[in-house]
Design a protein around this ligand. Sequence first.
Ligand code: ADP
Length: 205
Amino acid sequence: MNLVLFGPPAAGKGTQSKRLVQERGLIQLSTGDMLRAARASGTELGKKVAGIMDRGDLVSDEIVVALIEEQLDAHPDAKGFIFDGFPRTVEQAKALDAALEKRGHAVDRVIRLRVDDQALMDRITKRFAEEGRKDDNPESFSIRLENYNKQTAPLLPYYAAQGKLSEVDGMADIETVSSNINRVLLADEGAKAPKKKGFLARLFS
Ligand code: ADP
């Protein structure tokens, strides 16, 4: 099961991903976390992306696609991945499809967390107070939201056309969001499992 968690900044993708890691043993691949880790350890890559991230802009497709491919190869026996904050552009989505296909896999489901802009702003203000993330300020946040609307939202029709898109209300509390995500995944698993024969069919076969 390869799952894309989709939604604007602060929609709750990270929180829900961590739950799915614990509940389902999937591996979370968060490009945001990877880039922050690169910065924290002071690598060349980290230095290169720092300014872009603080401004609220997207780093290049090339960089994030390379990070993802590296992680796919690092976990060849994974039960599945949760892509969190990736893909963020149509180019990235195409690169992800190609990278998974090359390894005999595919994106199985895309879950969009819907949260309205005012609620996002409130969450960002709270997160800045708690974590002090440099891009959680009103200026960078409005650029992040604008980039989401311009560059990332066009992925919705891309995945909808493939019949992979589901929506979950991200305004609900964490537990409710989590159980609604699980409901979507259980429906997928049910659809995949071989159908049990009914009583009459068994009797006459
Ligand atoms: P958010 O809370 O906005 O979803 P993330 O933690 O996912 O933030 O990402 C933080 C920053 O890292 C982004 O604003 C962007 O600069 C960079 N970034 C993360 N993922 C990507 C990606 N897939 N493509 C381009 N840039 C990315």
